[in-house]
Design a protein around this ligand. Sequence first.
Ligand code: URA
Length: 221
Amino acid sequence: MNRKPPPPPRTGPPSVRPAPPRSLAALRAKARQCRACPLWKPATQTVFGEGPDDASIVMIGEAPGDREDLAGHPFVGPAGKLLDRALAEAGIDRGRLYLTNVVKHFKFERRGKLRLHQRANAAEQAACRIWLDAELLRVGPSRIVCLGAMAAQAILGRAFRLMRQRGRWFELGDGTRAMATVHPSWLLRLRRDEERTQAYAGFVRDLGSLKDPSAAGATRR
Ligand code: URA
């Protein structure tokens, strides 16, 4: 099917506009001052993407969690540990990826001493979009891996259905190829051992397609 995905929603006026991306360091510094949505206030810090600025693969998650918020780095908490394990099993070097998130601040609800993760809403995602776009422009990957539905819909369009279309490569308008798979946090939430083992194997299989040259035969979106 040659249908173009609808453009992502872009509501919420950004308060800080990134200049044409000179360097990731410059973008990261600007994103630290972003006040485009209210998430910056309770969060400890902006958690920007990390990895080589010429990475051929960009991997996109949802938003930093509690540990990432405190550390200031993406995917360093439990979901990050599971991602590391799956990448190692799939034979992919994390150090060669540029890892980032759709939303750059931790959104949470306080429950006593706990900070419980909350999903960023559409306006918050849209307000943060300038940073993801700037990262993609600057890194210029040939392939994008979306972890979970939020990233998948940001890149592949609102109509994308994760559980139906995961693991398949799509060619975007600019020639970049993109694939979506499940989010490691979702795997961590599965309670039944058998279900979790199977789902994890599927995750490793999806990631393994990064090494598969047949990913070149991607469907156009
Ligand atoms: N989950 C995400 O989506 N991103 C992170 O950086 C950590 C957990």
